[in-house]
Design a protein around this ligand. Structure first.
Ligand code: SAM
Length: 252
């Protein structure tokens, strides 16, 4: 039987080990940006992402973005850049009956899911999808009223080039709202993301270190402001909460 001193020594060591492990996880928050996969172009990954994209916390973010974007531009032609399984396209079309929304994504596998989501919601008449790279948007100059995007900015190889493209395709007075994770998210969200990546998400996502990989590739609000300042996009501001940042505004 261990005596009292041995028990105290054991509990003390265990506590120190747990605190050390927690600190190691926590201090990673401040590391440099690590770029992640550009397209999520594997069927298993697309399906796994589709499953987690249906979780209420993602739904809440889409609801927030759709409401805010629809208040900026309630009618016309909108595009969702890096639309993935198409939930924001559908949400925006639901919230703003005057909008036609086109989702653009590099990954055919995501677009298969997106077409299905739009059909199931009965909104296929006001939603369509194009395969393409957001660095070369498939729209003529000044042809769009609204550009939105969620959780895709951190994947873009040339984010300044994409912001230039947004400036090109928007009509004067058109609006944009690009929302993404912020790398310097507050500690409780960081811990939750770490837990989700290691213990909760489907195996296909864990294999590519998602969603932590997205956090590692995300920008801080200061970095995002620096990116937009280098682009041709005018009339912007960067806002942020404990988990998200947004780049939003209206083209002059
Ligand atoms: C994490 S998913 C987010 C999907 C969706 N916007 C959402 O919020 O659920 C990122 C998406 O961006 C797409 N993507 C990444 N880089 C892209 C690019 N250069 N052009 C078009 N799509 C891109 C990926 O294929 C993927 O579907």
């Amino acid at each position: 039987m261990p005596n009292a001193r041995q028990r105290i020594a054991f509990l003390g060591s265990l506590t120190a080990a747990i605190l050390f492990a927690a600190w190691r996880v926590y201090e990673r928050r401040f590391r440099e940006r690590v770029v992640s996969h550009e397209a999520l172009d594997d069927l298993e990954i697309a399906r796994a992402f589709n499953r987690i994209a249906r979780l209420p916390q993602f739904g809440l973010m889409r609801w927030f973005v759709a409401r805010r974007a629809a208040a900026m531009v309630p009618a016309g032609h909108a595009a969702d850049l890096g639309c993935g399984p198409g939930y924001l396209v559908v949400k925006l079309a639901q919230v703003a009956p005057g909008l036609h929304v086109t989702g653009v994504d590099l990954a055919d596998e995501m677009l298969v899911e997106a077409e299905r989501v739009a059909r199931r919601s009965g909104l296929q008449d006001r939603a369509d999808f194009k395969q393409g790279d957001v660095a070369q948007l498939p729209f003529p100059n000044g042809s769009l009223d609204l550009v939105v995007s969620t959780l895709s900015l951190h994947h873009w190889t040339d984010p300044v080039g994409v912001l230039d493209e947004i400036a090109r395709v928007l009509r004067p007075g058109g609006s944009f709202l690009v929302a993404d994770l912020r790398r310097d998210m507050s500690a409780p969200f960081y811990m939750l993301l770490w837990f989700a990546t290691h213990c909760v998400v489907p195996r296909a996502l864990r294999r590519i270190n998602e969603p932590m990989g997205s956090r590692n590739a995300a920008f801080t609000p200061q970095e995002a402001a620096h990116l937009v300042a280098q682009s041709r996009l005018a009339g912007w501001r960067v806002t942020h909460g404990p988990l998200w940042l947004t780049i939003e505004g209206t083209r002059g």
